[in-house]
Design a protein around this ligand. Sequence first.
Ligand SMILES: [Mg+2]
Length: 508
Amino acid sequence: MPAFDDADFGVDVPNNNAQTNPEQGDMNKKASLSAGNHGHMGTSPGGLPIPGEHTGDGPIEVPASRSSVSEAAKYMHNLSVSPSQKDRRGSRNSFGASLPIPRSKRQSRLSSVHYPSENGRPSRPGMPPIQNSRALLASQVQDVQVAKVKKAKNMAFAFDIDGVLVHGDRLIPEGQRALDILNGDNELGIKIPHIFLTNGSGKPEKARCDQLTKILQNPVSTDQFIQSHTPMSALADYYETVLVVGGEGYKCREVAEVYGFKDIVVPNDIVAWDPTIAPYRVFTDEERATSKPRDFTKVEIGAILVFSDSRDYATDMQIIMDLLQSENGRFGTKAKDPVSQRIPIYFSQGDLLCPTEHWTPRMSQGAFRIGLEAMYRALTGVDLERVVYGKPELATYKYADEVITSWMDQIHGEEKLPENIYMIGDNPASDIIGGNMYGWNTCLVRTGVFQGGDNDENNPANFGVFPNVLEAVQTALRKQLGDDFKMHFDETINPVLHGEKADAAAVV
Ligand SMILES: [Mg+2]
């Protein structure tokens, strides 16, 4: 397996609505997305409190863009179209199909002038940052190129990672060059805001960013990085005890700890408490020693969070089904009403398949979820409502806006969302469809999943198809900053003599 243990470039099966009835599906999604742009939705119909609703400090609620059964219907012809509205109102996990996302950290106006210290140079609170000679030169160039600088600050990039910048832990060389340009190797010496938006999962953000920094030879900060479960950190405010499923070993427990979840249970804790719960599981001594069993008949688990791919479908599905059918998340009970007493289940992304070293793609979280939905329907007679994060879900794009705005504040001291955002991805079914629906410019590259002709037939990239990420970035920069925009910073330049205002400013 590549270093990215859960590849971020899932081959999602296109939205079922879009497949069976492309126009209708598309319209539904657009309607849902535009509804999301009107901001706060208030208290969820299921009655879950929304922390910080009135203070503006807590999570932001975003309408989910897919109903629980729309996709699964294709695979399960006997599913009813949807639960009745009455059932929905009575269900604790009927959020009115909305998802909470965190507010991105914001610095105060005053603190925004404390630029992060670079190269070990200290910053001086309340004083202009100490600049090295290149930064000084760049700021002089920028002073005389005001119009171009303004345009450079009014654009941003969102990169998918796998298949665009890297393959697993192997660099795609054009990726490094593209980031060099955006990190200042351009005629203005200016940083052009960019974030990383991946459906990858299974590791804390810091570990993944450190790994990417090494591979890409460019700084990747956690403040510009979103993986599939990053927005799920907002759920820490909602639930006291959660079951976290998926990932290698106990890595996802670590991720949940970083997110601030107070009481985290993983399937191994439950198997260690009662091995008969998973009759086919071979539980090793090491697993027993590293798990945290307790009497789970006395614990109310508030929600199930699938963070990453299950490493043991049989055990994880059994435990999830037991919990979904229990009374309020307590093992050893069976709910009389499977709808009103059911605890919520969240998935960090919806990709059905993901490419690996194997010759044909392997099943991913979407396949795991569809299995659960079918089992739940067969066992209880009702549809399982669930919520999904990750691309192309609306919540993930709304969160990306938060992160871009905050990143703009960090690098330019201007807390605003640029108007021209370019999504660069290799997967039409997640990167491109999501970007298109969210009003971004979308660029499809040929270095990953997409191997088609002129453009993808179902989800064409609206800005075009490019052989690689460097071509896409350069084309976007030229479109916004002019055809003659130079992708190199000239250290020998004299901004006074060569800038736009050379005639007026030239002094000998
Ligand atoms: Mg990808």
